[in-house]
Each structure stands twice: as C-alpha cells, then as structure tokens.
Design a protein around this ligand. Structure first.
Ligand code: S3P
Length: 428
C-alpha cells in the first residue's frame, strides 16, 4: 500500500500512550502457555508479530481469548501441547521463530516452521546450532526457514557462550534449558534485553545471574499470572524523536517501559543534548515511567559496539536524528542491523538519501553528517516492508516541507497498527 505522508513543518503537542511492548507481549503468551493455570496480560500488543505467536499456540491446542486490550491464556504446561495439523506460520516475526524453536525443542511430535519472504532470509543457524548441540532435531533450508522439527524427548544441558549479542538466541536457550537434563550456563558477550529472565521469575521460576552469565536449572512448574505490559520503548522512540526534532513541541508519553536493557535511545539522545524528563517512575516486574519530551537542538555523537544491544531497534531513528544534529555522528559495531527485517544499514541509507541526508554506509554502521534540511531528491520513499523503516520515514516526512509518498506503508502492522493515527493525533 502506498500512502501520502503528512508534510511539515508541524509541531507535536499532547499526551499519548503507546501500545504494549512487543518483546514482552510475545513472552506473555509463551510463559502463559507453558504455565499451569490462567494468565491475563493487560495492555497486550495486538500486532501482526504477536498474533503469529498466538496463532502458533492455538495450533498447538492452547486456548487463548482476547478483548480490546488484554489477552487470556489457559496454560497447558510444558507437556500439554497437541500436535499441530498445519505448519506454524511465523509471518514476519523473528522473535516468534527463534524463541519458539527453543520452547518447542522437546515435544513428542514433529512440527514445521514457515514464515514470510523477509523472515525466510533471516539467519536461524544461531539458534539451531546450540539447540542441536542440546539434542534437538531440527533441519533448516540452508540455515533459514522452512525448518522441520522432529519429535524429541530429551535435551541435554548446555554450557554455551553466545557468539552474537542476541536476546532472541539467549531466550530460545533459556526455554530449552528449562527442559534439559541438568543445569545450563549461558554467557553473553554484551548484556541484551532481559525480559525472558524477568518473566520467568514472575511466573515462579528461578534463574541466577552473575555478570554476563546465566545459570538455569531444569524446571517445568510455572504458574499463570495477571500483569500489565508496559508501553513499548521502541514504539515510544518514534514520538520521542519527532517531539525532539519538531520545533515548539512538547509531548507526554505515559507508561513507557524503562527497563535498563532497553533505554539506549534515551541515553543516546541525552548525550546528543535532547530535553527529555522522566516525570514519574514505577517499579514492577518491569520498570516503567512517564516521559516529557520537548524540542531540542541535537549534537552529533559516536555510537559504539557496547551500546548497540540496548538501542538495536532504534538505530534507524538514531540515523534520522543524526541528520538533524550538528556534526558527524558515527554508528559502529552494528552489523546485526544487516540481518533485521531488512538490511537496515542499506535501507536507512538509501531512503534517507532520497531526502537529501548525508549518510555513508559502512559494513557495520553508518556515518551521518548534519544538520541537513530534508527535501525531495526523490519523493518516492519505500519501507521495503520493514515496520521500523516505515515509522522512521513518517517522522522524517514531518520535518520536510516537501510531499513524500511511502510505498509499503502498511508494514507498521507488524508492531504498531495504529501508528499513523496516534502520531497524527498529536500534530497541531
Ligand atoms: C528481540 C530481540 C532483538 C530485537 C527484536 C526483539 C526480542 O533481536 O531486535 O526486535 O524480543 O528478544 P536480537 O535478539 O536478534 O538482536
């Protein structure tokens, strides 16, 4: 679907609550299904990715119901799944695929995982290698989907150093380790988002952390829970960037997840001289808070490998912010961007260049020189089917006096179906 984007200059004012966190919504359904008893997750994200997770469990015999904002899962326990009559369709969702491969690595029936064209290009060897080492029987097609999972009744414990900083790989292995024949140790290179660890504890499980090492003992006695999912900081980031970059803006964002492993974007913008305040903070199984964002003039900065995991999904927006910042911003150590929903180094560079941005592509990042007024070098933008690229380009268009159209604008359905509506609701 092609869409005409709203052009600038506009200012943003008002308050908004972004939808529930995508990573946490996936995990709510997963732990809800594995637990005994009922789980109710409020402020659940009903987006295409999370619906892929729900759809997979429904095919495995789990009863899941929903109302406007919450999802209810009748847990079946680790041994209560039924053989699926059809392939498990992961759609566009890397999180569903990788986490479910670990979660379902020990089931006494075979399964087939499939996905859309983008997901079928993404690397799965990173989960298949350690899961196979644990005894899972999985056959991929040159390291990609479709994947055949054979019936399996035994998983060995593992002591594993994760070669890539990936919460998806870590989480897949945590799910498998819960079902292994002894205690497992997983050691990360860099700390990645810890939603799986937090939710395991919420459901009554135990996981020990020492620095970057996690110790997981076998345990299959989880109990259903009722909880509220925080607003997704990765969705909030589009509003934060827009309010920062559009002059005379002031926006309040309610109930945003402020988990330390997810706030890299706030930290980077802080270093770039943004004006963002946490005006109220709450602690729960996940920390949350209310943010007040005012317009600011940004300064360039250097973003290095150690900062990447906490900002991985926000890097397209960092690039946009850098086009408006004074000086040369560098992003390095971010080669993982090349294996996201699109090659985000290539798509960000190509699309922002159509708007006149000065961006140089590097194998593991970008070099961006600002500030540059955005204008139509080529007014036909394209999300390439990538939700985060679509949303970043929508924000970019609000900064420009020119009229742009966006091809594949409907990609936002993957993580934020009402994004355009919510953002335009703040435009004055
Ligand atoms: C996610 C982890 C990240 C992130 C993705 C969601 C998760 O992927 O990019 O959007 O929910 O665990 P990687 O772990 O592969 O970096």
């Amino acid at each position: 679907m092609a869409m005409k984007l709203t052009k600038g200059p506009v200012q943003l004012n008002g308050a908004c609550q972004v939808p529930g966190d995508k990573s946490i919504s996936h995990r709510a359904v997963m732990f809800g299904a594995l637990a005994k008893g009922r789980t109710v997750a409020r402020h659940f994200l009903f987006s295409a990715d999370c619906l892929a997770t729900i759809g997979a469990f429904e095919k495995l015999g789990v009863t899941i119901s929903r109302d406007e904002t919450s999802v209810t899962i009748e847990g079946v326990g680790f041994h209560g799944f039924k053989p699926a009559k059809q392939s498990l369709d992961m759609g566009n969702s890397g999180t569903s695929t990788r986490l479910l491969l670990g979660l379902l690595a020990k089931q006494p029936f075979p399964m087939r995982f499939i996905g859309d064209a983008s997901l079928s290009q993404r690397p799965m060897g990173r989960v298949l290698a350690p899961l196979t080492q644990m005894g899972a029987q999985m056959t991929a097609t040159a390291g990609h989907l479709p994947i055949e999972v054979a019936s399996n009744t035994h998983l060995q414990a593992i002591d594993y150093q994760l070669p890539v900083a990936s919460a998806q790989v870590k989480s897949a292995l945590i799910f498998a380790a819960l079902q292994a024949d002894g205690p497992s140790t997983l050691t990360e290179k860099l700390a990645t988002r810890d939603h799986t660890e937090r939710m395991l504890r919420l459901f009554g499980g135990d996981i020990q952390q020492k620095g970057l090492a996690l110790k997981i003992k076998p345990q299959t006695n989880l109990t259903g829970q009722t909880f509220t999912i925080p607003g997704d900081p990765s969705s909030a980031a589009f509003f934060i960037a827009a309010a920062t970059l559009l002059p005379n803006s002031e926006v309040i964002l309610l109930n945003v997840g402020l988990n330390q492993t997810r706030i890299g974007f706030l930290e980077v913008l802080g270093q770039m001289q943004s004006d963002i305040q946490v005006i109220q903070a709450d602690s729960g199984f996940e920390p949350t808070g209310t943010l007040k964002i005012k317009s600011a003039s940004l300064q360039a900065m250097h973003i290095t490998a150690d900062m990447i995991p906490s900002i991985i999904d926000e890097l397209p927006l960092v690039a946009l912010c850098a086009t408006q910042a004074e000086g040369v911003t560098t992003i390095s150590g971010a080669a993982e961007l090349r294996v996201k929903e699109t090659d985000r180094i290539a798509t960000v560079t190509a699309e922002l260049r159509k708007m006149g941005a000065h961006i140089e592509e590097k194998p593991d990042g970008m070099v961006i020189t600002g500030p540059t007024p955005l204008h139509a070098v080529n007014a036909q933008l394209d999300s390439h089917g990538d939700h985060r690229i679509a949303m970043m380009l929508m924000v970019a268009a609000l900064l420009s006096k020119d009229q742009f159209t966006l091809e594949n604008a409907d990609a936002v359905a993957v993580s934020y179906p009402k994004f355009y509506e919510d953002l335009l609701g703040l435009v004055n």
